[in-house]
Ligand binder design. Structure first.
Ligand SMILES: [Zn+2]
Length: 493
């Protein structure tokens, strides 16, 4: 909300986009983070399928560092992204909202600055806030995801091998992130985004050799694979998978470097650490090859989620446990607010995952993965043991996602069309749909203002290259109007 011009606009935006769900009572807790409580660290490894993470059941040692957290963390076995693309998913993590709510429906849409983001709230409570990202689509001018970060480092230093996109290697991103963290101190919110597992799969040594798989078995239908994924001379799925695993391992090594750095500083134990991904990658499932963003099935929607909760003595959550309940990445928002000892008011979808660990009643809604396809909203309902596709009839207009008024009377269970169903789980799937139907009907029948979404033209000549430049991110204090708005919401005193 750095561009907020007037208090009234800001408050209207907050009221609209949080739906009045945050009450206005005053916060009674400390408004300044204590050094002793440790940093909050959010690590997003792009394009990381849950089933390629060793502690999620993968047979290869791709993720020793990420899985080293397991003994101190809670592992959410069934976490789902709300959208299988980078910027919509990360906007959801940072706002606690689904893409149809925050308006970043796909790549190249900018998160409206009227939203209240997690770093904005944390910053208002005395946290230093820094983000270090590694992909062209994450550039702030391109995504709006820098809201609330004092430092949003999107300086990208290299070109992808087979297309004009720019990115940054994980070791470079980490070097800058760790330098910033040292200067910021432990009362910090650090967001690190690593791009490695995203195609093309070109792992650096020694990971290329270490994870290479022999050529054999199924061939990749190269005519169905995005051109940027083509590696000359590489033809078999096994070879691509080996390279993909090598990329995961190279990113994992940098996660290990970050964890070691926290330990050296004495910040590991009190830190809250989240490791997840924005989406997975199809490896031939349902006819999708080496890509993501066009499907809601598990290969793309199921992501790892590991949370090491901070060691606050009065609210300690012990590590080493696993949660099988399906959850959504939108829950990270509420969870980190509670971790930061900040008030959590009723949010529409995002709920505190701590409830699943410490035995409280879980009231979080069924996680959804949404996709706009041919002017229809496609939803995956990840309820119970139901992991299937359900189509919901809705109309996408130029103004955004709106229901077709002529069909309002049909918004009932019958409006769902099971696209695929596993007979053995039919009853459970139908029960999940019954649970989620009122939610989705309500969701689609409320008009929402999507007109603020700004979509950028990536075909403009030189568009990508103009974002590749050194950035000096000045530390800008919160405006008084922004501070007052957060005060009225009860987030600061
Ligand atoms: Zn991504």
């Amino acid at each position: 909300m750095g561009q907020v011009r007037e208090m009234s606009i800001f408050m209207a935006g907050v009221a609209l986009l949080l739906g009045g769900l945050l009450s206005a009572s005053a916060c009674t807790r400390s408004s300044v983070k204590s050094e002793a409580q440790g940093p909050i660290v959010l690590i997003v490894v792009d394009t990381l399928r849950a089933d390629h993470v060793t502690c999620f059941g993968y047979s290869r040692p791709t993720t020793p560092s990420i899985c080293s957290l397991e003994k101190d963390a809670v592992l959410f076995e069934r976490a789902y992204t709300p959208r299988t693309q980078t910027t919509p998913a990360i906007a959801s993590i940072l706002t606690g909202l689904y893409p149809h709510e925050h308006g970043v429906r796909d790549l190249h849409s900018v998160l409206p600055d009227t939203h209240t983001t997690l770093p904005e709230i944390l910053r208002a409570h005395g946290y230093r806030t820094g983000a270090f990202v590694s992909s062209f689509v994450m550039v702030n001018d391109f995504s709006g995801l820098g809201q609330g970060f004092e430092t949003y480092d999107d300086h990208l230093t290299r070109k992808e091998p087979f297309r004009e996109n720019f990115e940054r290697a994980a070791d470079e991103t980490l070097t800058r992130a760790l330098a910033w963290l040292d200067s910021a101190g432990s009362a910090a919110f650090l967001f690190v985004h690593l791009i490695e597992p995203h195609g093309p799969y070109t792992p650096p040594p020694p990971y290329l050799e270490k994870f290479a798989l022999p050529k054999g078995g199924e061939k990749v239908p190269l005519d169905l694979v995005p051109s940027y994924q083509h590696i000359p001379g590489v033809t078999h799925l096994s070879e691509y998978v080996g390279r993909y695993d090598g990329e995961i391992a190279s990113a994992d090594a940098q996660v290990g470097r970050l964890l070691a750095h926290l330990a050296v500083r004495g910040w590991y134990e009190p830190a809250t650490i989240v490791v997840t991904s924005d989406h997975g990658e199809s490896m031939g499932e349902l006819g999708e090859w080496l890509e993501h963003g066009r499907s809601v099935h598990d290969a793309e929607a199921h992501v790892p989620l590991i949370i090491k909760f901070g060691r606050q003595p009065d609210r300690r959550i012990h590590g080493g446990s696993r949660v099988a309940q399906p959850v959504s990445l939108v829950d990270v928002f509420a969870t980190l607010l509670v971790e930061a000892d900040l008030p959590l008011r009723l949010l529409r979808f995002s709920d505190d995952l701590r409830r699943l660990v410490d035995g409280q009643h879980w009231t979080g809604p069924v996680p959804l993965t949404e996709l706009l396809h041919r002017r229809r909203l496609v939803l995956a309902v990840h309820g119970r043991n139901c992991m299937t596709h359900w189509k919901f009839r809705a109309i996408l207009t130029d103004e955004g996602l709106l229901p077709n008024p002529k069909r309002a009377s049909q918004w009932t269970e019958a409006a769902f069309e099971p696209a695929r169903i596993d007979d053995q789980r039919k009853d459970e799937c139908e029960q999940a749909v019954r649970e989620v139907t009122p939610l989705v009907v309500d969701l689609l029948t409320k008009k929402r203002d999507f007109s603020v979404v700004q979509r950028l033209d990536v075909k403009e000549p030189g568009f990508r290259s103009k974002f590749v430049r050194s950035r000096q991110d000045p530390i800008v204090p919160l405006k008084e109007s922004e501070r007052e708005a957060l005060r009225q919401l009860g987030y600061i005193e």
